[in-house]
Write a protein that binds this ligand. Structure first.
Ligand code: PEP
Length: 256
């Protein structure tokens, strides 16, 4: 059985040490007894060091939201995976749709970042998902298959076993429109089939696939009860301790 994983993605919010500390001081006691779920918070770079100190000896892991695919050099404004590793970051979100759509990150670039993250022993949470027009045109699976093939190009089975996939239909991110549990499950099954085709059944069964897109305390349980949904990547609802802890509780109870 796969242990569910909840990732909070704070995006460009809670980026001062005071804001991060306030949130964590509320969250830590609310989730301290949930051991049947992995919990990760991906925060702005400016608070990662502060968070590392606050999170040690808790069951919450530290994540970043992006990184570059080089270790160092003349890449003004970019963040090296070495720096992240050095300050105790364990997870990194790669290929979030906001990176792809606003900052033009291609599948090829996400693939470079992914290979670099794996070589540094960072645990990548890799996002794939379709736009609304693509879904409405009946192309969701085709788009996801292309993203899957390009993003996971040249990865070995051993590499892949260290990857967490986040299926994030772009039309559901930050819009309040959640995919129904059935819509999400259908794509998760499709991704598992792609994993079987590219690797094998055992790999497909082992990899965690999160759902992301307007998860909240009211819809979390129904989503996480689906067999192929292994927790979620949570944006808006991860900014408040109360809503995030309820979502974590829902994921925790599906594994017990
Ligand atoms: C996200 O940013 O990955 C996300 C799913 O956001 P939200 O939960 O706000 O839709």
């Amino acid at each position: 059985m796969r242990k569910p994983i909840i990732g909070g993605n704070w995006k460009m919010n809670r980026g001062t040490p005071k804001e991060a500390k306030e949130m964590l001081d509320s969250l830590i006691p609310l989730v301290k007894d949930f051991h049947s779920v992995d919990i990760v918070i991906s925060a702005p770079f400016t608070v990662l060091t502060t968070m590392h100190d606050i999170l040690k000896d808790t069951n919450i892991k530290l994540g970043a939201q992006n990184m570059y695919f080089q270790e160092k050099g003349a890449y003004t404004g970019e963040i090296s995976p070495l720096f992240l590793k050095n300050i105790g970051v364990e997870y990194v979100i790669l290929g979030h749709s906001e990176r792809r759509d606003i900052f033009n990150e291609s599948d090829a670039m996400v693939n470079e970042k992914l290979k670099m993250a794996l070589s540094m022993d960072l645990k990548p949470i890799v996002c794939i998902g379709e736009h609304l027009e693509e879904r409405e045109a009946g192309k969701a699976k085709k788009i996801i298959e292309n993203q899957f093939n390009e993003t996971f190009k040249n990865l070995t089975k051993e590499d892949m076993l260290n990857v967490i996939i986040a299926y994030e239909p772009i039309w559901a991110i930050g819009t309040g429109k959640t995919a129904t549990p059935e819509q999400a499950e259908e794509i998760h099954v499709f991704i598992r089939d792609l994993l079987i085709k590219k690797f094998d059944e055992e790999t497909s069964k082992s990899i965690r696939i999160q759902y992301g897109g307007s998860i909240n305390p009211d819809n979390a349980e129904d989503l996480f009860n689906k067999k192929n949904i292994d927790g979620g990547l949570v944006g808006g609802a991860s900014l408040q301790a109360d809503s995030l802890s309820q979502i974590i509780k829902a994921a925790n109870s599906t594994f017990m």
